[in-house]
Ligand binder design. Structure first.
Ligand code: PMP
Length: 420
């Protein structure tokens, strides 16, 4: 098999004609060795301390165990380390034990699950919610349940992988990212041909940190008789006057048909939710296979109840986060770097070349900065970038260290000239 490793991506190894699973695994191992030898294997890096603005790692060849400024966590408000949230998790375990023991239909539905479903529905001012054990499953499982072969999912092409997975049993029509003409065309053309049509968009997009024009999307979707589902995984706690995300900014909390999201980012835990009308949620509770046949969240998820309260009780975290976002984005722009259309806690530096992106990732690590190089298939090949997430708990010295590292790397690799 001929494959240029320099230009390759993980996607190239997904399925290779004529190679069985073990042969593919062996060939993939060669590719990983190639990346490892160059210091370009940046997946599954082992972090020894907890989630935070600074983490401890011992990367072979990088001078032993040391601290790195971390820009890889979506713990936007720093809640994974909040004393009251940790205590709520411990209290949950002390009261209920460490596990739920069964799927919800047959004994695994406890009072704290009921409280969490009611609380997250109430957070959005809505009727009902269902929880799943990950944000990924919340999207994929709910869509798998709602959309069948007579139906259609109309997807912004940049939605999260979990949404695509949820559309395996239905028809998919993708529209160009945030392009309202393309959305309208898809809605018009499918009006008489498909039964249930759900338009799925993110609030904040996970790779560019840009925002969906939700008002226009909702208007078009409802005009053509379709339903709107918004995954605002990266907007909650970050956007909206009271942290309810982009949907709150558009004053549409009572208008979006289905809201999905995750407990793994701002809420500082793990799990996912879908919020909608009481009947639709009840249908999911009894029909969604991944909910029905899989164990419920552990009692440690009681931490989420506290995190939801603290979004209202301690709004200063959202303010601190925004101070950091503005400072950091201005700093990167001041260096002549291209941060695209970011308007959230996710800030990319566009590089647009896979080997160069990997090299910048390595140089950042050498400078004590941990950030993610993102390449195809997560983004288009010509769209490779370093992706960073900011936290309320990053300090100015943390951010200055990152900006100084970018200044040095930019000079060394002549990054500024790439944008001319
Ligand atoms: N939706 C979006 C937009 C995401 O970015 C992610 C996670 N990166 C998910 C859903 C899945 O959430 P989780 O990691 O909690 O499963």
């Amino acid at each position: 098999m001929e494959l240029n490793f320099e230009k390759a991506s993980f996607k190239d190894f997904e399925n290779i004609h004529g190679m069985d699973a073990y042969q593919r695994a062996a060939f993939f191992a060669e590719y990983l060795d190639y990346l490892r030898e160059r210091g370009h294997l940046n997946y599954r890096m082992e972090t020894m301390s907890g989630c935070g603005p600074e983490v401890e790692m011992d990367i072979p060849g990088y001078g032993g165990k040391k601290k790195y400024v971390s820009l890889v966590s979506n713990d936007y408000l720093g809640f994974t380390q909040h004393a009251m949230i940790k205590k709520a998790a411990i209290d949950g375990i002390m009261k209920y034990g460490t596990g739920a023991g069964a799927s919800p239909a047959i004994g695994g539905h406890f009072s704290f699950h009921e409280m969490l479903e009611n609380k997250i529905a109430g957070f959005f001012g809505r009727e009902a919610a269902i929880t799943y054990t990950t944000g990924y499953t919340a999207n994929s499982a709910s869509l798998l349940c709602l959309l069948k072969k007579e139906d259609m999912a109309i997807l912004d092409m940049s939605v999260h992988a979990s949404v695509y997975e949820g559309c395996m049993n239905t028809n998919i029509k993708m529209f160009l990212h945030n392009n309202m003409d393309a959305l309208e065309r898809a809605l018009r053309e499918s009006r008489d041909t498909h039964r249930t049509r759900i338009v799925v968009v993110d609030g904040v997009y996970s790779q560019d940190g840009d925002l969906a024009p939700l008002d226009k999307i909702l208007e078009l979707t409802h005009f053509y008789g379709a339903y709107l589902m918004v995954d605002d995984a990266h907007g909650i706690g970050v956007l909206g006057k009271t942290g309810r995300g982009l949907i709150e900014e558009y004053n549409m909390l009572d208008k979006v048909d289905i809201i999905s999201g995750t407990f793994s980012k701002t809420f500082g835990h793990v799990g996912g939710y879908v919020v909608a009308s009481a009947e639709l949620i009840q249908f999911l509770k009894y029909q969604s296979r991944q909910h029905l046949f899989s164990v419920t969240a552990s009692p440690a998820s009681m931490s989420i109840l506290k995190a939801i309260d603290l979004i209202d009780e301690e709004p200063e975290w959202q303010d601190l986060l925004w101070d950091n976002i503005v400072y950091f984005q201005d700093g990167l722009k001041g260096l002549g770097l291209d941060i695209g259309t970011s308007a959230s806690g996710i800030v990319p530096v566009k590089v647009r070349d896979i080997p160069m992106t990997l090299e910048i990732g390595r140089l950042l690590l050498k400078a004590g900065v941990y950030a993610n190089p993102i390449m195809y298939p997560a983004v288009a090949k010509k769209d490779s970038r370093i992706r960073m997430s900011l936290m309320a708990t990053h300090t100015r010295p943390h951010l200055d260290k990152v900006l100084n590292a970018f200044a040095d790397i930019s000079k060394k690799l002549k990054l500024g000239s790439r944008y001319q």
